[in-house]
Design a protein around this ligand. Sequence first.
Ligand code: GAP
Length: 464
Amino acid sequence: MSNLMEKIVSLCKRRGFIFQSSEIYGGVEGLWDLGPLGALMKQNLRDFWIKRFILEEENIVLIEGTCLMHPKVWEASGHLEHFTDPLVECKNCHFRFRTDHMADGRFIGQGKAKEKNQCPNCGEKEFTPPRMFNLMFKTFLGSVEDKSHQTYLRPETAQSMFTNFQNVLNSTRSKIPFGIAQIGRSFRNEITTGDFTFRSREFDIAEIEYFVEPGQDEKYFEIWLDKWGKFFLDLGLKKENLRRYEHPKESLAHYSKRTVDIEYKFPFGWAELAGVANRTDFDLRQHSKFSGQDLSYYDEAKKRKYYPFVIEPTMGLERAILAILCDAYQEIKGGRTKTTKATKEVEILLKVDKKIAPIKIAVLPLVRNKSELVKKTKEVYQMLKPHFVCQYDELGSIGRRYRRMDEVGTIFCLTCDFQTLEDDTLTIRDRDTMKQERVKIEDLVKVLKEKLEAQKLFVKIRNS
Ligand code: GAP
């Protein structure tokens, strides 16, 4: 793992963004829990996606499908046959891994693998022949564990948007072009996990199935590619850390006519953050065939019936959170202010976008050994709590508390000092500029709302 990645992993644990699942039992590879700050961040990301694509778009509706579906779904979708990765086993240590990861040098530099044809675990060079391994988790519906009760945890959210196509059409009277959107849990039994949360076995996907008239698909593909790219810039990710990757024809998923990934420059290299796929009419046709239900669309304006083509912008939420953390992480050698005692320390600043920042406001008494001041500060905290996601903190010196807040990206630090007790004002310190201004407590809610909304971007001020 790169040095920067190790620092981010450490920050995530120390400050409660991300924990390893079941850590007290030694953890489970590829499973991660979100801590208090990570959960807030993810909620902010969800809110921004919903705001952008459901509330601001005219013709996209949100649904919430189940993680378990009828087993036929996965036959029809092609996942039973195609959702596989090539797996080899080292004959010496029985470590299993993906041949394509070995071929693209994924393991080089990790463990003992110094060459492309070495086992990344023990360095030996003899493997079993590759076999295809299905990534879907099997489970059983009901109490009988036989083949007829077997189904799978969904590896993508898309399928319930196809199986509900007619339900959504009938209940919303949508007309093409229109979209169905969903955020939800997805499960993949990845052979090689790793790079922190980048390749997990359980994660959330946010995706839209946008249904268009055949022949219009290429035009809408471009439109969605632009919208999707803009979304990540508006999340605050740096332009130079984003790029597009056009999948060559031979590596396209079985349903895709064209796929473009939006890649992010992670500390371990460029890798897929999100994607846009042209799924053609594959899924609707397949589900019509397997279910016997007609999932075609009657276009009243054109007086013709057809299977719509589908453009699918998709992203993994945990992967996006990882990109946001990597992008925002800064180390300031010698400290941010020269007045602090700890000028030799490296200070961490998480310059995360304001709408994604988990804590918007910290409320701090200058010192904690003056009860009147502590009481006043707690009153301010109680006053702000219904309006903003805020945190009260009195532990340690004020400089140390500012640093703790910078480290988790808190946007404003409010400090009650001795003057507060005289004239009911306090200071607001801006995370990015470190400028401080004095504001009357009675004006605080208004001033802070204006400041947080000043970017004209959606800022979920309080998660409730
Ligand atoms: N419905 C299309 C689909 O599922 P995908 O590229 O396989 O496409 C969608 O997955 C997104 O989910 C990816 O762009 C990526 O952000 C995220 N993703 C995929 N596999 C993941 C994994 N093992 N761990 C975390 N996120 C993952």
